[in-house]
Design a binder for this molecule. Sequence first.
Ligand code: HEM
Length: 115
Amino acid sequence: MLARKSISDCVIEGYTIPANTLLFVNLWSMGWNHKIWDFSTTFRPQRFLEKEKTAINVKWQHFELLPFGTGRRGCLGMLLAIEEVLIIIGTMIQCFKWKLPDMARRRRRRATVDE
Ligand code: HEM
């Protein structure tokens, strides 16, 4: 959960936020928001590679995607983490045989048909 304190009085989308208010950013809701993401409830990692979305990255500039937070208190380990995740996933793919459990396979088939 991202949390920040407002440093001064401000108005956001018509809501007055007094200085020193603790604000929580609902990242879960942003990730599932169909106004931001097509088929937001479907597991489609390729969405990040698709043409219209390629301009969006995780490096603090695009507020629709904030796995590492943003601003002054954004994740200090982001660049290291991005490298590490690639190595970890690559190693796991190489070293194990992967398959979905039956239930997930059925759900995935249904999701593909719905699209
Ligand atoms: C996939 C891996 C990681 C994810 C998703 C992640 C995510 C996050 C998030 C969401 C925050 C809070 C940011 C905010 O409040 O705006 C954070 C803070 C932080 N992360 Fe990470 N992180 C990851 C890996 C790492 C690694 C590998 C390191 C260090 C080597 C690291 C060091 C830190 C530190 C020091 C903070 C606190 C920054 C501050 O409060 O000023 N993180 N991280």
